[in-house]
Design a protein around this ligand. Sequence first.
Ligand SMILES: *Cc1c(COP(=O)(O)O)cnc(C)c1O
Length: 429
Amino acid sequence: MNMERDFKLGVKFARELDGKDELKSYRERFYLGEDELYFDGNSLGACSKDAEESLLEMLEIWKKNKILMWNIEDGKYFKYPQYLGSLFVPLVNADANELTVTNSVTINIHQALATFYKPTKERYKILVDELNFPTDIHATISQILLQGLDPEEVLISVKSRDGKNIEEEDIIAAMQDDVAIALLPAVMYRSAQLLDMERITKAGHEKGILVGWDLSHSIGSVPHDFKKVDPDFAMWCTYKHVSAGPGSNAVLYINKKHFGMTPGLAGWHGNKKETQFLLDHKHTPGPDADAWLTGTPNMFSMAPIEGILKLINKAGIENIRKKSLLLTDYFIFLIENRLEKYGYKNGTLEDHKRRGGHIALEHDEAYRISLALKEKNVIPDFREPNVIRIAPVALYTSFEDVYKVVDILEEIMLEKSYERFSAERMLVV
Ligand SMILES: *Cc1c(COP(=O)(O)O)cnc(C)c1O
């Protein structure tokens, strides 16, 4: 399947691909170390000059305007959550007022479930999958407990057949009449499997189930089409492929068909803008996704989103996806042709329709190899039990970077340098 691309071994070919790369100039916008190969952009994207500039600009705005900052530029900063939300329109094809930037992914899951989870005797279960990121499950269990229900009875977790991927048929088969809500990740954080969101959402809706998606691992590398998928709600972080900085705020999407519902977690910034400053104790929710806002927006954790999203939109999410797939195809080709003899294995599905933006490189010694990589100035990340995640983020990774990391992965095996490290886990890996 990679052969159709006609990849070749050797650095010359990597340079040829770089030569043809229409996004190569974007790399200059990012702060990358001289001899460093950064492949952990799916945990924390690299800082760009664009994100830096919009953050510094926010400081200037505060310095100059103080409280008046909320009113300048036609209320841009007062309406900043939705303004930033609108910058995600090209990435997900939703209406601008269905998107708002607020809180963290975890809190947005709480918010969505607090709003949409209304268990009845007949319909009270929540469907998740066993490979999702833990915080999604923690939040879901809290919400079940807050309803006075027993998670053992209520939570259905779809099992993986191979420990890496979840079959869509298995999700659909679990969509029984007692399921109220399904909450699923678009891309699996470990294996990079991309689910068929449209098919699953449609199947859920046919069963009367509300379907919500966590896009944390796909946003910024995989384009989405919410007009087609028609999710009920969604959320995602902005610090992974989007690269808006550590702890930058998350996005919450509420399908416009749910506008007018009472938000589960109310706060004064979710009140209608026109009457917010009447400071009435009666909460009057806004007419759109902003109704789900809570407290004062975290302006400094939001500002970098403005700079980086403008850069992403200039590059175009379709172009980013095209390059991202070529980078990961090329990497898979090199794994298969150069690294398998050392015990490395590609753990990511090859079908483009089923693959996100990173590669799960498997090896029995993955943990110690990931430490040996760091010693050689390569930053990957490790996920239990045997996965090195390599994310070649399209805006700042070159084909030669991928070539170099393969060289280094080979070198580590030839030198056996990983053997010098202890297999005991560190706090953050
Ligand atoms: C990264 C990630 C999160 C992170 O949640 P925060 O509240 O931002 O810490 C949640 N869910 C998934 C699926 C993720 O990949």
